[in-house]
Design a protein around this ligand. Structure first.
Ligand SMILES: Cc1cc2nc3c(=O)[nH]c(=O)nc-3n(C[C@H](O)[C@H](O)[C@H](O)COP(=O)(O)OP(=O)(O)OC[C@H]3O[C@@H](n4cnc5c(N)ncnc54)[C@H](O)[C@@H]3O)c2cc1C
Ligand SMILES: NC(=O)c1ccc[n+]([C@@H]2O[C@H](COP(=O)([O-])OP(=O)(O)OC[C@H]3O[C@@H](n4cnc5c(N)ncnc54)[C@H](OP(=O)(O)O)[C@@H]3O)[C@@H](O)[C@H]2O)c1
Length: 287
């Protein structure tokens, strides 16, 4: 599922009724949003990136790596919704999101100003292709991300199944600037102290961050570093093969297509929920 869902008024009659008051019930101070969840923390990483956590609906079940529609009430009184990967793992009590700030973006020009205690709308219908069920068993799992495409992998890196199913996990993250790597780098640094998965990870995780427009220890697009073989020599690992390697890809459209072509060149085939194979792809945003 890679199509952006349109902005709709998806309130059911029951949801609309939530706003109704009776003589016995004092009017709420502010309108109750349909599918409202409360913001519990917000962190700004750069002038273009922030993350936040919200309460989790008690009935929401999802698979690590999936996305949901979230948003705010539009000026026209209709929900303004966008697709967002859930960055927290399936077992977490709260939901985490990692977001871009598009200056004139209909949603994020407003969403970037949310504060603890504010409400957002969250449609509890998780979907997506970046899930373990869509991959055949393998030995080594690669996560390829650009920009906010890191979000689904923030979920999967904290998912015990990732560490149960694979001997080695390699995550590459390419951003324009070094500051755009911080959310991912902090999360990866925290994994070893995680009470649930810290011990499971052991020495299985390899992290390969690169930047393209600002100096950092490793410069260049991951695609170029794969073509030249540099990523393999840097990590001291064998190039990918369909027998051992599985991969998940999340970035801009061109990036997804370029990595897909590279993986197909190694002999890997694209999978889906209905037909598991050797790699899966999802867009981090629509252009
Ligand atoms: C399956 C899926 C999952 C997504 N998950 C996330 C997520 O976890 N975090 C997130 O920030 N966004 C995510 N997005 C993008 C998100 O749906 C919105 O596009 C984004 O929140 C901006 O909304 P907007 O209304 O402000 O601007 P929009 O009108 O939606 O976008 C305006 C323009 O901004 C650029 N843009 C939009 N999103 C991004 C982005 N994430 N990174 C870089 N440039 C972008 C594009 O050029 C786009 O045309 C996802 C999109 C899809 C399809
Ligand atoms: N206002 C600002 O200051 C500002 C800053 C940055 C971005 N933006 C806008 O925000 C949008 C998204 O920017 P973004 O940086 O989040 O995402 P992006 O343009 O998708 O770039 C993210 C990273 O992916 C790399 N990349 C892009 N295409 C690739 C490909 N085909 N193969 C391999 N690597 C690839 C980029 O390298 P390259 O650098 O080589 O492209 C960059 O390091 C853009 O439309 C841009 O116009 C605005």
């Amino acid at each position: 599922m890679t199509e952006m869902m349109p902005v709709t008024d998806a309130r059911t009659p029951n949801e609309t009724d939530q706003n109704a008051t009776t003589q016995d019930t004092p009017a709420p101070k502010k309108p109750v949003l349909p599918d409202a969840q409360t913001v519990t923390s917000v962190k700004h990483w750069t002038d273009r990136l922030f993350s936040f956590r919200v309460t989790r609906p008690r009935t929401l079940r999802f698979r690590s790596g999936e996305f949901v529609m979230i948003g705010l009430m539009g000026d026209n009184g209709k929900p303004l919704l966008r697709a967002y990967s859930i960055a927290s793992p399936s077992w977490d009590d709260e939901l985490e999101f990692y977001s871009i700030k598009v200056p004139d973006g209909p949603l994020t020009s407003r969403l970037q100003h949310i504060k603890v205690g504010d409400q957002i709308i969250l449609r509890p219908k998780p979907v997506g292709t970046l899930v373990h069920d869509a991959l055949l068993p393998g030995k080594r799992l690669w996560f390829f991300a650009t920009g906010t495409g890191f979000a689904p992998f923030a979920s999967l890196l904290r998912e015990p199944q990732t560490w149960e199913d694979y001997d080695e996990v390699i995550i590459t993250h390419t951003c324009r600037t070094a500051g755009e790597l911080h959310y991912g780098a902090d999360l990866i640094a925290s994994l070893k102290d995680d009470p649930l998965i810290g011990e499971m990870i052991g020495d299985k995780l390899r992290y390969y961050p690169t930047t393209t427009r600002e100096q950092s220890p490793k410069m260049g697009r991951i695609t170029d570093l794969m073509r030249s073989g540099e990523v393999y020599s840097d990590l001291g690992v064998e190039p990918m093969t369909p027998e051992t390697d599985r991969a998940m890809i999340c970035g801009n459209l061109d990036f997804n297509l370029d990595i897909k072509a590279l993986l197909e060149g190694y002999g890997l085939e694209e999978g889906a929920n209905s037909k598991p194979a050797q790699f899966v792809v999802e867009k981090a945003f629509l252009d």
